[in-house]
Ligand binder design. Structure first.
Ligand code: 13P
Ligand code: SF4
Length: 332
């Protein structure tokens, strides 16, 4: 059994991470996290594992152990080219499935199989087959926040970072976007094509209201409001910028606002604030209960025992992969 104490070696190995995160974790709290960070980093090198972490992971994971961080699009791109033998997906189930579909020869691990997504749960493969009958000849653009079975029934995938580009690249006047009604309505404001959509939504972003934005502006004069396209239309209209989590980071790097509020999952602000000291981050703050299932102790157990592993039926994977690769090709 490995020693998980806060030794001098652990303190030394994690000092640079703690320097970034000292405003977010007390010294006592850090002493409980650092041994996990040191041991996970040791084990991932021993096993040639790559840790992919979404922008919604907590800062200890995001800054402490991840090899690649980013939005859903960046993680899919990196999964497609990784040379590791094992991928540990620090994110939710659909992200791990996307990695598996792109890397069938690799072992893909998800530290908690219950880390799901309200969007992915809102639609089944059978729903998509029925939609095909209802909208004959209309291409189906499927958000990556779906199961591999749903992707397999689709023409092409999209993420929040490339949805407009993918829809506009299709040779069709009408498009069916599934399953996020709000992402679809946002895309409708950016394209001349007619967008039909499914009525799914993200349980985190749907909770924001235009009133929240009014309150932020009143309480923090001059605050820049950046919102995720999974938010309802009135929230996006009241915001200064709309983009995926990665696009928000790029916007911050370019515009360097003095004060900002990110209308998205809460950990995102913690992660970016650690490396952007010149900007004051107003906390929004909505947590995704699925993303929050991923913790350092579960990641360590998962890497040690190489379970839970994500498996996808090869017949489904082949078809889902076509839709994901078409997205990667069109979004280059
Ligand atoms: P992006 O990181 O692609 O913007 O997606 C946000 C999200 O909610 C993922 O579950
Ligand atoms: Fe799904 Fe929303 Fe959580 Fe992302 S934040 S995993 S879209 S429920």
């Amino acid at each position: 059994m490995t020693n998980l104490s806060y030794t001098a070696d652990v303190a030394r190995d994690t000092a640079s991470v703690y320097a970034l995160l000292k405003d977010q974790y007390t010294a006592d709290h850090w002493e409980t996290l650092a041994p996990y960070i040191a041991e996970i980093n040791r084990l991932k090198h021993e096993k040639n594992a790559v840790i992919l972490a979404h922008n919604y992971m907590t800062p200890d994971i995001f800054h402490g152990i991840a090899d690649i961080v980013g939005d859903s699009l960046a993680l899919a791109r990196e999964a497609a080219k990784t040379t590791g033998d094992i991928i540990v997906q620090c994110g939710v189930h659909f992200m791990a499935e996307t990695s598996k579909v792109l890397c069938m020869d690799k072992k893909v691990l998800l530290p908690d199989l219950k880390a799901g997504c309200s969007l992915a749960e809102s639609i089944t493969a059978n729903d998509v087959r029925l939609l095909r009958e209802r909208y004959p000849g209309v291409p189906i653009v499927t958000y990556v926040n779906t199961s591999a079975e749903v992707k397999a029934e689709s023409d092409v995938c999209c993420t929040s970072g490339n949805a407009v580009k993918i829809v506009n690249a299709l040779d069709a006047d009408e498009v069916l976007m599934i399953p996020d009604q709000y992402l679809a309505q946002y895309v409708q404001t950016k394209t001349k094509k007619k967008i039909h959509y499914w009525a799914g939504s993200c349980m985190v972003h749907e909770r924001f209201t235009a009133n929240d934005i009014t309150r932020f502006r009143a309480q923090y004069p001059g605050v820049q409001v950046l919102a995720h396209p999974e938010c309802p239309p009135e929230v996006l209209t009241a915001s200064d910028y709309t983009g995926s989590t990665q696009q928000m980071i790029e916007h911050l790097e370019t515009h360097k606002p003095a004060k900002v509020v990110l209308i998205t999952e809460c950990s995102m602000s913690d992660n970016v604030a650690a490396t952007t000291p010149s900007t004051e981050f107003v906390r929004s703050c909505q947590l995704c209960p699925h993303m929050k299932r991923i913790t350092l102790p579960k990641i360590l157990e998962c890497l040690r025992h190489e379970t839970p592993e994500i498996l996808v039926d090869p017949a489904i994977a082949v078809r889902a992969r076509v839709a994901v690769e078409r997205m990667l090709e069109l979004s280059k």
